[in-house]
Every structure is written in structure tokens, then in C-alpha cells.
Design a protein around this ligand. Sequence first.
Ligand SMILES: [Zn+2]
Length: 505
Amino acid sequence: MSYTTVIGLEVHVQLQTKTKIFCSCVNRFNPDAPNTQTCPVCLGLPGSLPVLNQEAFELSLVTALALNCQIAPFTKWDRKQYYYPDLPKGYQISQYDLPFSHDGWLAATAENGVRRKIRIRRAHLEEDAGKNIHDESGRGSDSQVDLNRAGTPLLEIVTEPDIRSAAEAKSFLEEIHLLLTFLGVSDCNMQEGSLRCDANVNLQLQDGSATPIVEIKNLNTFRGVEAAITFEAERQLQEYEKTGRKLGDAGVEKQTRGWDAHRGLTYAQRGKEEASDYRYFPDPDLLPVTVSAERIASIKTSLPRLPAQRREDFESKLGLSTYDTDVIMNQGPTFADYFQQAVEVSGNAKQTANWMTQEVLRELNEKRISIQQFPMPSGVLGSLVKHVVDGEISVKSAREIFNTGMHLTFQDVPSNFEGIPTPPPSLTPSWIQQEIATKGLKIVSDTGALDNAIAAALAESAKAIEDFRSGKQQALGAVIGKVMKQVKGADPKTVRELIIQKLNS
Ligand SMILES: [Zn+2]
């Protein structure tokens, strides 16, 4: 039976603030020293009072506006009550019926390559819980609780069920990741749980019915999102064909499932709670927040150019391919900035993109450094590319100069060095000119010098000439080599043409 997969995502983003959302504990991933970043507020001790971290609210506003959301002029905090060892207060401070933002959208790419707007129902701010650490060795040791994460600011972004395939869900999450990276509001470290999501999945079947909704919890890799949804869709179809149970049937509840990445399957966890199970009520310890139209307008004007706009800049204005654009964008905002600055100097986007996606990326990977640590300033790379674009030096010579620059920087850096090597002060546009001059890399268009060198080479290559005249094309190689030795930087193609001209005259 054919079907359509219907998917809605709940994305959780840990915000990169200095301190936690309602106390002054440091907000940092620190699993090695459990329960060291805690205080009476995030431990939920009696008598302690929370105070909203303005930075967390500011970063949330920035993100919601970048997601094209409406900002509520008035928003409040609610207690979501449940018991779990990683939540010592017995409730999580969240936002229930008056989230600070709603009704936005973000475009994602469907399987057929088409970009579609995925509507965002709401984005609200809440606190993260701590972490339960269970003994997985099978020896049955006690579980432990680490509350370092308790009170970390968490932005929850909830989409409408607009997503129609596992690939589109993956693309949506990648777009969110890119957006957050460009905004600088989260470190987006998925291994450390800074970006994770739950997926609500069911199938709209050909016969008009729908399968019961399943929520897959805690997906924290792009591949995991795609694989879990693909598996779940197939499982739901088989289940429906076996039992005929469908959405709306008496006794059919929403189910929560986990994702086992090793075995590649989802597994039943528990029946899904309804909102009423949590007995939400307004938190009496926190003041509601009002947001003025002026504040919204001021944040809107200070937003950086967003990934979708920058993609448009690269493809439409600079004429880059979608592939090159994606490679550059996926390296993050600093890489994209570097590229744009280099293009301003080189005047050629395509060639600069080639250098960025090949030479520069290779260096970054080999040296395990970020573009922030890359020793060659953007203007210098741009200048190097410009020499090639202007036909002054060959690509091969430019590579030689580039590699010399890297060698000068990294030659004395020990292999276990962790930091930023100091680039030699000489890595400047005038250094490039010096390199071209001292190594004689300039392509020689002065035919006078070439003519003399060719005449001299031909004079001592009687055998090669004879071979060439009798049809051996490759015999000219030796003559070209002699000329190149005399005139460094000569273009071999031009030399070859000139030799043939001379032999024919
Ligand atoms: Zn605290």
C-alpha cells in the first residue's frame, strides 16, 4: 500500500550563554566533574528563587526572528510537573500556553531537491534537566545523577507536521544547525547534546486512514533522524497491515519510542503523556516578560545575513554552483566570510572557491585547525588567486607559493602542538610578489627572451628535430624542457607553439 509519511519535529537547542537560565552557575558541558556546576537554585533547594538570565532570552529572540516567527508582546513561565531523579525540583520551568514566539517558517530541501517552507508552530524557552548515568556494563551498579546540566537554557522549536520524508526531516535539522551556527547562539555540538530532536511520525495511507502517531525521542545525529524515521515508517505500515489499528480508534494512544542506532530500530518506551498529565501552572517565582515593538525592530535590524540569504548571494550574485556554495556554507560563517573577502581581492569567485574547497580545506584538515587559525589572511589568498586570474603566474606556481607559505608557518610546530602557530609576518601580498620575482615564476610573454632560448635549444637538438619531423610528437618534450630551464615561468603550451612555428618556417 502506498502512503505519505507525515512528520513534525521538536528541536531542542542548548543556548550558548555564560551562565544557566535561572541562576549564576556556569553553563558549560562538563561530564568529568559531575555536580560541580550547581547551586541551591538549580538543585531546587527550598527557599531559593530563580531569576531570568537576560542573555538567554535575547538569544532566543534572535533565533525566533531568524526563523521568521512572531514575537509575543507578553510571555510567562510555567511549571511542568513530573518526577524523575534528574529533576530535583519535581518540575521543569517551561512555557505552556503563552510561548514567547509562534508562527514562523524555515525552508528545507525535499528528496526531489525542491526547497519548501516548513511552518514553525512555536518556539519557547525552558530549562534543561540533569542527566542520569546508568551502568551499562551489565554488572548492575547503581545509577548516578549529574546535575551540571540542570538549568541549562534550552530553546524548543516545534514544527507543524509539514515534513513529508525522512530526507526532508534531515535537511530541516541541517538547516536549523546552519542557522544557529551563523547566528552564534549555540555551539551546536551534537555529540554533547547541544542539538537534539524528537520526531512525531505517522503515515497517511492510500485508503484514507492514518496510523497512530509515534514520537521518537532524543535523536542527536542527522543520519539518526533520517534512519529512525525511515525505519519507523516501514514498521508502522507492517503493523497496520497486521492489526488494522489506526489513528482515532478506541484505545489507540500516542506512543513514545527510542532509537537504537546500533541495531537500527525503534523500540517501545511508554505511552505518550498528554499535556494535562503534567498539571502545568504559572510559576509564581518568576515575573512575566514583556517585549516592546522597538526591541523587536532593533534585533531585526542587527541580524546578520542568514544562511538562505548568503546562499542566494553566492549563487545569484557570484555565480557559484550549488555544490561549491554548500561546501563553503557548511564550513560555517567565518569560512564564508573569509571566502567573500578573498573574492573581493581576486575578482573571481569560481577560482577562489576552488582554492578554498581544495587547498585551504586540505590544510585545515591536515593541520586540524579552524579557519580562524588559518595563517594566510583572506586578502593574501585573494591576491594569490588574482595573479593566476590575471595570467601572471600558472596555477602550479601559485600552489608552490601557497605551499611555501604553509611551510613557513608550520615547519617548527611540534606534532602535539595545540594552539595557533604564529604565522610569519611575511605572509602578505608583497611577499607573494617577492616569491614570484625571486623564483622567476612570472609567465614570460616577452617573446624576445623566448625566441633566443628556443633558437639556442633547437641548435643543440638536431636528433629531436629529426624525430619530430618523422612523426614522433613526443620528441619535442626534450626541446621544451631545455627552453623552460632557460626561461623560468615560461608557459609550456606557448613554448610548444612557438617551437612548431619556428620548425615550420
Ligand atoms: Zn545553579
